[in-house]
Design a protein around this ligand. Structure first.
Ligand code: GDP
Ligand code: IMO
Ligand code: MG
Length: 425
């Protein structure tokens, strides 16, 4: 394996955590480059489920170095909870978890403003965020009033920055949202304590990864969210606030684009989405509920029910373009077992016009009807199947059809949540 970016090809929750865990075996470094604790990446090992929000999903492999890049927004309380949770499971992050000093820090006012802003939005403008403070924290970063991990280590710098930003945040809380705001002293003291706890983990990720490249070590970049939640390429404004697409891996770590060798996409064998926003291939309500239960489609971070739909070829083709995906991992194929037929969206239509490319006009995207290709389903339970050639013929047909449609190789097929329930081609 060479330096690889693993990226979600849909709206998140494609099963990235599981695939990262598998690819981590051959990698030396596993690096998160964007997002924050809005992510929920599930890894199942020996029947035990681990859900990671900030710590890279490679941490379960002893000896691997796991990095949180500058493009990530870090909620220290959430991170410390994860570190302590791992310790209780007998896994030490000490010496293996590295946090960029340049990563921005999430404060309680980010979470409260995330929540208040959502509440204030009128019905069809709500995003359905995870309320983890992601949008407000990235907004501060871009607005040049953010506080970074390195600042927590210098009380003088931190005091000054917090005072400045908190004054403004409190005015916004009080004048716009009728919220009492935050007292300076307890907040300052709380975050100084986080700084003390996290200090041993903070290190120069830029030179660490450059040194890794020099020594021909292998880096695996762990994308969070998915291409259609990307701030630029997603279904804006129903997106997250970071660069989830593969390009974010350079911006969010300091690794040069010339050092990226391969992009692997992850797509579910159908489609899901949590939160609001257009979803052309969404199932009708009753079938959606049936599939949600069949696929256990409930959010790993918020527990919210995920909306479900057919595989959308228009969407994933766009993801392949935007990211430069050359290999695809197809997950949750087992969930489609038992259906008489399975459908794939191959284009959209709106007002008599056909769209083969992903439309960017919001009205079209919201109202477009998919053109479906219907394929025969398979009835067998496929979870225990180990070899691709042993899959039912109709399941193989489905995969072959997707490969033709997407013009990409599906090199990993996942048929269950655990490591063993995976086929490599
Ligand atoms: P991520 O955010 O992309 O890492 O995905 P999540 O962890 O949020 O959601 C994926 C869910 O599907 C998790 O509960 C996984 O354990 C589960 N999962 C992953 N691959 C498979 C699969 O092939 N089959 C089944 N049935 N479940 C899977
Ligand atoms: P992983 O990494 C699925 C969605 C939220 C909401 C929108 C904006 O597990 O795939 P935010 O809190 O980021 O401002 O919310 O993005 N969202 C995700 N959906 N998987 C995720 O992460 C998500 N992270 C954010 O539901 O619609
Ligand atoms: Mg998830």
């Amino acid at each position: 394996m060479s330096n690889t970016v693993l990226v979600g090809a849909q709206w998140g929750d494609e099963g990235k955590g599981k695939i990262i865990d598998i690819l981590s075996e051959k990698a030396d470094y596993i690096v998160r480059y964007q997002g924050g604790s809005n992510a929920g990446h599930t890894v199942v090992v020996d029947g035990k489920e681990h859900i990671f929000h900030l710590i890279p999903s490679g941490i379960l492999h002893p000896g691997k170095i796991c990095c949180i890049g500058n493009g990530v927004t870090v909620d220290p309380a959430s991170l410390i909870q994860e570190i302590q949770g791992l310790a209780r499971a007998g896994i030490s992050a000490g010496g293996r978890l590295k946090i960029s000093p340049l990563a921005h820090v999430i404060f309680p006012y980010h979470k409260v403003l995330d929540e208040l802003r959502e509440k204030k939005r009128i019905k069809n403008k709500k995003i359905g965020t995870t309320r983890r403070g992601i949008g407000p924290c990235y907004a501060d970063k871009v607005n040049r009033c953010g506080i970074r991990m390195v600042d927590l280590l210098n009380p003088r710098v931190f005091r000054d920055k917090l005072q400045d930003t908190l004054d403004e945040k409190n005015e916004i809380c009080r004048k716009v949202y009728d919220h009492p705001g935050f007292a300076y002293k307890p907040l300052y003291e709380e975050y100084v304590r986080y700084g003390v706890f996290l200090k041993p983990y903070i290190s120069n990720i830029i030179s660490l990864l450059h040194e890794a490249n020099r020594k021909k070590k292998e880096i695996l970049f762990e994308g969070a969210q998915g291409t259609f939640l990307d701030i630029d390429f997603g279904t804006y404004p129903f997106v997250t606030s970071s660069s989830a697409a593969a390009g974010g891996s350079c911006i969010g770590t300091g690794v040069s684009p010339v050092d990226i060798d391969m992009i692997v996409g992850v797509a579910k064998a159908y489609t899901t989405r949590v939160g609001e926003g257009p979803f052309p291939s969404e199932f009708p309500a009753a079938f959606g509920k049936f599939m949600r239960e069949k696929g256990s489609e409930f959010g790993a971070t918020t527990g919210r029910p995920r909306r479900c739909g057919w595989f959308d070829g228009v969407l994933v083709r766009e993801a392949i373009l935007v990211n430069g995906i050359s290999k695809l991992a197809l997950t949750k194929l087992d969930v489609l077992s038992g259906l008489k037929t399975v459908s794939v969206a191959v284009a959209y239509t709106y007002k008599g016009k056909r769209f083969d490319e992903f439309p960017r006009d919001f009205e079209v995207l919201k109202k477009a009807k998919p053109v479906y290709k219907e394929l025969p389903g398979w009835q067998e339970d496929i979870v225990k199947i180990k070899r691709y050639k042993d899959l039912p013929a109709n399941a193989r047909n489905y995969i072959a059809y997707l490969e033709d449609l997407l013009e990409v190789r599906i090199s990993i097929v996942s048929v269950g949540s655990s490591r063993e329930e995976t086929m490599f081609r």
